[in-house]
Write a protein that binds this ligand. Structure first.
Ligand code: ZN
Length: 107
């Protein structure tokens, strides 16, 4: 999916259509990395150290159920910022797409 860098949208604060800046929001950090039973905590405990194939604890996952990729699309997460009042609003409903990129500007 290609998204333009700027877009004309309705602003709830200005109460009219204004130009909005579009930002693709990315998950900046790993969620739930310190949850109970997580690999990050197991590594802190000392699991996954040594030689050879470490299976679940190593950098390469075990070639069984851990290797299976179930979902091949993600929901888009876009942030719209009004250029006149600088008010930001998140996209209400994300669409399932494989990849989100910015649309290239016309020359
Ligand atoms: Zn506005």
């Amino acid at each position: 999916m290609k998204v333009p860098k700027t877009m004309k949208r309705y602003c709830l604060k200005c109460k009219k259509h204004t130009t909005h800046k579009v930002v693709i929001v990315s998950s900046g950090h790993q969620r739930g990395s310190l949850k109970r039973g997580s690999i990050a905590r197991a590594k802190l405990r000392g699991r996954g150290k040594g030689k050879g194939n470490l299976g679940k604890w190593g950098s390469k996952k075990a070639a069984s159920k851990f290797k299976m990729k179930v979902k091949n699309t993600k929901k888009t997460n876009l942030m719209y910022t009004c250029q006149t009042c600088k008010k930001s609003k998140n996209q209400l409903k994300g669409r399932r797409v494989k990849k989100v990129v910015y649309k290239e500007e016309d020359k």
